[in-house]
Design a protein around this ligand. Sequence first.
Ligand code: SAM
Ligand code: SF4
Length: 319
Amino acid sequence: MRPRLVDRFGRPVDGLRISVTEACNFACIYCHREGAWPGGRSANERQMRADELGRITRLAVELGITKFKLTGGEPTLRPDIVDVVAEMGAIGGVEDLSMTTNGSRLAELAYELAEAGLMRVNVSLDTLDPGKFELITGRGKLDAVLAGIEAALDAGLRPVKLNMVLLRGLNDGEVWDMVDFAREKGVILQVIELVRAPGVPASFFEAYHIGLEELEAELARKAVKVVRRQLQDRPKFFLPEGVEVELVRPVHNSAFCAKCRRLRLTSDGRLKLCLMRPDTLDLLGPLRSGASDEELKAIFKRAVELREPYYRASEDEQS
Ligand code: SAM
Ligand code: SF4
């Protein structure tokens, strides 16, 4: 039987979300900078190399972690991103190897990434309006991202999911246009509730945050089938004509935390126990100082032991 990591709250851990760089070519107004280690910008030499990521992946698989997502920053900015995917994709037991990307470099890279072992991709796309796209992303170009989505489909990456962060007054009127776009392209739409990133002013969050409850009710009325994903209790709606919409509702949602199955790894090799918390355990330091496989696995196990849900069931209060 495959070894299983389970935390003190009975939550199995079978996913690792790895930031492979802090660098980004966009400056999205809401970005929670998940790739960054909370102590500040890390030096380049602390960035995990492709071979180190290969070893970490092998150890994680041996512990029962089988689902890997590459993120950032913008993962496709790493000059060796294809090598990173190839190192990780070569490890037996990796059941899911995916990437979340802003899509800006996918038109160039999708084929090579698929060839190297990338299975699927999430592309961030908050709007189909070029002006709003530039406003939200700071310096992104919509056409490049649309070309990236086409390239991902042509390269056989499946499924392609669109990540749309819902922003009050900016794109909350565009959900059904995005559903039509997803239907036309044969991709899945994932609508994400805005998270208040540490360090983001309350005024920004309050201005743009919009709950997904109304949308959830509307989707439920229109859906021919609704399922809940094992990961973070995400509802998935199957709408007529074959289009799927998933909701990611992390804010004040204890069910989301109760079903969180992931650890995170910052680009400088620190295991992060929760997106919303600063706690990390250094993995890369010991790895570079010659730690054995068993010593490194013990750090993974310690990280799992220390995990705590951010929102608890008691009135969905923050723990
Ligand atoms: N650069 C890549 C991208 O944009 O897809 C990967 C990193 S980005 C931080 C990962 C995902 O987090 C994106 O889909 C982005 O839209 C989402 N995200 C960033 N900040 C967020 C926030 N404050 N609330 C909710 N989602 C957020
Ligand atoms: Fe953040 Fe991704 Fe936007 Fe870059 S593209 S600013 S990492 S959300």
